[in-house]
Design a protein around this ligand. Structure first.
Ligand SMILES: Cc1cc2nc3c(=O)[nH]c(=O)nc-3n(C[C@H](O)[C@H](O)[C@H](O)COP(=O)(O)OP(=O)(O)OC[C@H]3O[C@@H](n4cnc5c(N)ncnc54)[C@H](O)[C@@H]3O)c2cc1C
Length: 509
């Protein structure tokens, strides 16, 4: 059967687009290399998830000097959103403009915040975001309230909020995509196994729950799981993608459609385009500019535990963030980034990598009194931070950190608050959630490898995320980002997929 559209990948980008197009009546096929995550006790087991890496891919990637490592990512229906912390923030208005950082330039997007605003609002409703507007001074204007009220802080975090306010900061409630409002057992019970874990209750608004499953209720929408796209084929002119070649189990199959959307995540989408090189596109599909695979970004994330003087009984901790240094301060007029709480550390997460403890602090202290934080700064697009293909076609990663001045300054600002917020005067770096120790690890916030823009010489996609060089090829995952901002990426990916969805619907009319 020939489809009107094939969407490859069912994460934040692909899943959202499938939902956006489902009501069109068009024949839609989702191709997903992973399977559904089984609902099983292991969903919530730190031992299974962190120690045994039960849900992690077995794929092997290479680093720039040819060492192999196990791909630090997940392939499943819903993509990486199955494991995300569902912190769903908008990029700030200025993130769409050219911004001067201490160590370089964050380039302007070809569209403004106002172009994305209506889609952010729709994405917040689609992903059941809980939040409160008007607290964070960096928050951009919104055309509607959040669909659900904020998730309240636990007592220790409410104290932290009040201490930060006393310092003149503007802590706000992290906007979170959770299903707290439905009746019955599938209702969110804010728990300690949210970020990094698949939700056993199906009460996290991930791409499967919010988009893929609802889209599949329409008879015109189908999904093929265990179907890894290995190559895109073009017609004789090289201008039209005609088929997606797929490994489905051990079988090699071909699926044809009028429109093909690649949404495999920033690394796998670029890899698929590079693997699809042919005589018309010798450097890879959509890659006349040579940008495909380049400008890879992933945020500069550092994770810490602050040791509270009093016990921290919080179970669901990911409720507070502050952006007071997002754009800098009086004597450092450069962006530094965002500080947000993480889920509580577990014995397994603390054992997941090197942990250096002061002599008077034990792991038990961290478990009983720790407050877990992430400092997130913008990673600047660098053409040499890139993926290429190894001789066997595997992903090869090359990445070196940049823009550390703002990041280190933000860590030092956070450290300065510690005594005032009732904690020991040092931060203990934790490796579990956002490992920066391995230069090519930490792909959670991957983006930028198939950037959009108005100039085909410097971008692969046009402003509708259609390849400049192909009539019917789109990319809607985080690949399209020309810069990464300092907020979690998923809401922007979902908003963009809704925007591209409107463009495709218009085309069909
Ligand atoms: C532990 C963790 C916590 C996170 N927390 C947050 C958070 O709180 N807030 C936030 O905004 N973001 C968070 N993120 C990041 C977020 O999950 C990603 O930014 C988002 O999922 C990216 O969406 P995407 O569509 O680009 O790719 P993905 O969601 O990764 O989707 C890609 C899809 O393509 C499929 N695929 C890949 N290759 C192929 C192929 N060749 N053929 C067929 N299918 C293929 C994959 O299986 C997957 O379904 C977190 C990520 C992780 C891992």
């Amino acid at each position: 059967m020939r489809y009107d559209i094939i969407i490859v990948g069912t994460g934040a980008g692909g899943g959202t687009l499938a939902w956006a197009l489902a009501q069109s009546g068009k024949r839609i096929l989702m191709l997903e290399r992973g399977e559904y995550i089984s609902r099983e006790p292991e969903n919530w087991s730190a031992g299974a998830v962190i120690r045994q890496r039960r849900y992690r891919s077995n794929e092997i990637w290479y680093d720039e000097i040819g060492r192999t490592y196990r791909a630090p990512t997940h392939y499943c229906v819903g993509g990486n959103t199955k494991f995300y912390g569902s912190a769903l923030l908008r990029f700030r208005r200025q993130d769409f403009d050219k911004v001067v950082h201490a160590e370089g330039i964050s380039p302007a997007w070809p569209l403004n915040y106002s172009d994305f605003e209506p889609y952010y609002t729709r994405a917040e409703w689609l992903y059941d975001v809980h939040g409160e507007r008007g607290i964070d001074p960096t928050e951009p204007a919104a055309s509607a309230p959040y669909p659900h009220p904020r998730i309240e802080h636990a007592p220790r975090i409410a104290q932290l909020e009040s201490d930060l306010r006393e310092l003149g900061y503007h802590p706000f409630h992290v906007p979170l995509g959770l299903l707290t409002h439905q009746a019955g057992p599938e209702r969110c019970v804010p728990c300690a196994t949210c970020g990094g874990f698949a939700c056993f209750l199906h009460a996290k608004a991930d791409a499967q729950i919010a988009c893929v499953d609802p889209a599949l209720k329409f008879p015109n929408v189908t999904i093929l799981t265990g179907a890894r796209a290995v190559r895109l084929h073009t017609d004789a002119s090289g201008c039209v993608v005609t088929a997606v070649e797929v490994m489905h189990g051990d079988e090699r199959e071909r699926y044809e459609a009028d429109i093909v959307v690649v949404s495999c995540g920033a690394l796998n989408s670029a890899a698929l385009l590079l693997r699809s090189a042919n005589s018309h596109h010798p450097g890879g599909l959509a890659n006349g500019s040579g940008v495909v695979g380049r400008f890879y970004m992933r945020h500069i994330n550092s994770c810490f535990v602050a040791v509270s003087h009093v016990p921290n009984d919080t179970i669901f901790q990911k409720t507070l963030a502050f952006n007071d240094f997002y754009f800098g301060e009086h004597d450092f007029p450069y962006p530094m980034g965002n500080v947000q709480l993480l889920g509580r550390a577990s014995p397994e997460s603390l054992a997941a990598g090197p942990l250096t403890l002061p002599p008077d602090v034990s792991v038990d202290d961290l478990l009983k009194r720790g407050i877990d934080l992430c400092v997130m700064s913008e990673d600047l697009p660098n053409p040499d931070n890139r993926l290429t293909l190894a001789a066997d076609g595997s992903i090869t990663m090359r990445y070196s950190e940049n823009n550390m001045r703002g990041h280190l300054r933000l860590i030092s600002k956070l450290t300065d608050t510690l005594e005032h917020i009732g904690c020991a005067p040092y931060l203990i770096e934790t490796p579990s959630y956002c490992d920066r120790s391995n230069s090519v690890g930490g792909v959670n916030h991957q983006c930028g490898t198939v950037r959009f823009g108005t100039d085909p010489r410097t971008s692969a996609l046009d402003i509708n995320c259609k390849a400049h060089e192909l009539d019917n090829l789109y990319v809607v995952d985080s690949s399209f980002f020309p810069s990464s901002g300092s907020t979690n990426p998923s809401l922007t990916i979902a908003a963009n997929a809704l925007r591209v969805g409107d463009h495709i619907l218009e085309k069909w009319q």
